[in-house]
Design a protein around this ligand. Structure first.
Ligand SMILES: [Zn+2]
Length: 156
């Protein structure tokens, strides 16, 4: 798909050493538009939205805040730890707002799987549908998030 000038500028800011040391793309050679389109299709195939995924991440982070840096149990079978690291990061998409470097680690005790994400991840997923490039050490695979965090479409 054709990349817009605006997305090309955003992708420049995602290179290593601009906002973060490692950047947001890793070894992914694709244009940002293609990364976004593929992950969007993956999420739609699971009958979910980026917003539903981000909300679940927020709920688990908020539940973990009470642990004050230690793991605490969250029903039904999670352990969540929220570590606050000094410093804040802007979003590479250029919208206003700056995000604390908070790491949330979720252990799913039923499956034995663990995942760690930041407040910037939550924002980039919820607002931009961006999970980072493949080959970025901080990429979150949408299917892994959904499986480990047990995300389901809300019933209406
Ligand atoms: Zn943003």
């Amino acid at each position: 798909m054709k990349q817009t000038v605006q997305l090309a500028r955003i992708q420049e800011k995602m290179r290593p050493g601009i906002i973060t040391r490692d950047g947001f793309i890793g070894t992914d050679r694709r244009n940002l538009i293609d990364i976004l389109v593929e992950d969007d299709a993956t999420v739609k195939r699971m009958d979910l939205t980026h917003d539903i995924i981000a909300r679940r991440m927020i709920d688990l982070r908020d539940a973990g805040l009470g642990g004050l840096g230690n793991f605490i149990s969250v029903t039904p079978h999670f352990e969540v730890r929220v570590d606050s690291v000094r410093g804040k990061l802007p979003c590479p998409f250029g919208d206003p707002g700056i995000f604390p470097k908070t790491n949330t680690t979720v252990n799913n005790l039923k499956t034995g799987q663990t995942i760690t994400f930041t407040d910037l991840h939550i924002h980039m997923i919820g607002s931009h549908g961006f999970y980072e490039g493949k080959g970025s050490s901080f990429r979150l695979e949408p299917a892994e998030l959904v499986s480990i965090l047990e995300i389901e479409k809300p019933h209406d």
